[in-house]
Design a protein around this ligand. Structure first.
Ligand code: ADP
Ligand code: MG
Length: 372
């Protein structure tokens, strides 16, 4: 019978499963992280006997597998024992105590009234729910540095004291690439959490090659790529601070390029083009090549990162011109500043997330932070 929605010409001769190269893909094997995975698992093991897990702070540069490893361990743990509720929350997406507690409520199927509840009330309900179901909670707070300001870190205190105060066992796994921030945390909070640190080092070029080879096997048609292609993409990740995400993305972009041209092989030249293009984008990363306004923006963002803060576009505008004024320079327009922000975004130096803002004309603002 004729195929209604696809002809052989439509079919990729490169991709077998493109989604295996996407950031959301959970690989079945996490190579070169056996030790860290075991360490996380053994810290959580007490939860199986209703004892308190060791709280963890997982840290290391971007793309070193922190999120993947933590998710891998909790998914096995919750499969193994339904009495351990394992919940993953990204604090970048849920930057307040209230939104984190709401996510937990939702995952525990605790319905909250539409009129909304105060944080403490939600917390109380969660505790009751866990008690009633005789459950232990393991909570992964990814990008937890996002909570280190405006009193949001109180949440950590409440969670860490849940056993003493309410007889409910809660284990916390924080993940961050700016662990320094925790040294400035309130002593009272720090001593109640007592994080054990697990460091994720950047991947070596050989490790990246292994990771890519495995990923290519899942995503590309056999024979459509060579080991040289893998090596070049791995080298791109290695040059960028041993970042597996960048290596995988280089392979994806190269394969997309080959596929778009209808080829049946990813060639070295495809990878080279992809790498050149990203070199253009990352030129901006080299401060020597930056203009004064780019440098100014960079400094504003760095200072914010060091304080564990995220800035709205409005905050950037006002800091920008305040700093220019200090240097005796005239203000520039918001439109111009926005251009610089967009340039940084295109070069993937920052991530910008849309959020509600009752104070702005459009009712929306962007929350902006440096990626690295
Ligand atoms: P981090 O949280 O440290 O920034 P991630 O866990 O998000 O890093 O990993 C980035 C990307 O690299 C993801 O696509 C992930 O699947 C992949 N990755 C990281 N480490 C490994 C590994 N050891 N084996 C296979 N894939 C990995
Ligand atoms: Mg991560």
């Amino acid at each position: 019978m004729a195929r209604l929605f696809s002809t052989s010409a439509d079919e990729s001769r490169v991709f077998k499963n493109q989604s295996a190269l996407m950031p959301s893909f959970a690989p079945s094997a996490l190579l070169h992280r056996e030790a860290q995975i075991l360490e996380i698992a053994s810290a959580l093991k007490p939860a199986l006997s209703k004892a308190r897990p060791q709280n963890l702070l997982i840290h290391g540069p971007t793309g070193t597998g922190k999120t993947s490893c933590a998710r891998h361990v909790i998914s096995q743990l919750s499969e193994y024992d339904a009495k351990v509720a394992c919940i993953y929350v990204n604090c970048w997406e849920n930057p307040s105590r209230q939104s984190i507690l709401s996510v937990i409520a939702q995952k525990l199927k605790e319905a909250l009234p539409r009129r909304g509840l105060a944080d403490d009330e939600i917390f109380g309900r969660l505790i009751e729910r866990l008690k009633y179901e005789k459950k232990t909670l393991v909570l992964v707070l990814d990008e937890v540095d996002r909570l280190m300001h405006q009193g949001e870190s109180e949440l950590l205190y409440g969670l860490a004291r849940a056993q003493e105060n309410h007889g409910v066992v809660i284990g916390i796994i924080g993940i961050t690439n700016v662990p320094e921030i925790f040294y400035s945390l309130d002593e009272r909070i720090r001593s109640s959490i007592r994080f054990k640190e697990i460091a994720f080092e950047k991947y070596s070029p050989l490790q990246l090659k292994d990771i890519l080879r495995e990923r290519a096997r899942d995503s590309l048609i056999p024979g459509s790529y060579s080991d040289e292609v893998i090596a070049l993409c791995a080298a791109q990740g290695a040059r960028n601070n041993g970042d597996a995400r960048i290596a995988i993305d280089a392979l994806l972009q190269s394969a997309l390029k080959a596929d778009a041209m209808g080829k049946n092989r990813v060639e070295i030249s495809d990878v080279r083009l992809v790498i050149e293009r990203s070199a253009d984008a990352s030129l901006m990363k080299n401060a020597n090549l930056m203009g004064e306004n780019e440098l100014l923006l960079m400094n504003i963002l760095k200072d914010a990162r060091d304080l564990g803060k995220t800035l709205t576009s409005g905050e950037i505008y006002s800091q920008f011109n305040a700093r220019r004024a200090k240097a005796g320079k005239a203000a520039i327009s918001e439109r111009q500043i926005l251009n610089y922000i967009q340039m940084f975004e295109a070069a993937r130096m920052i991530s910008a997330q849309l959020a509600d803002d009752p104070n702005s004309k459009s009712g929306k603002t962007k929350l902006i932070k440096l990626i690295r």
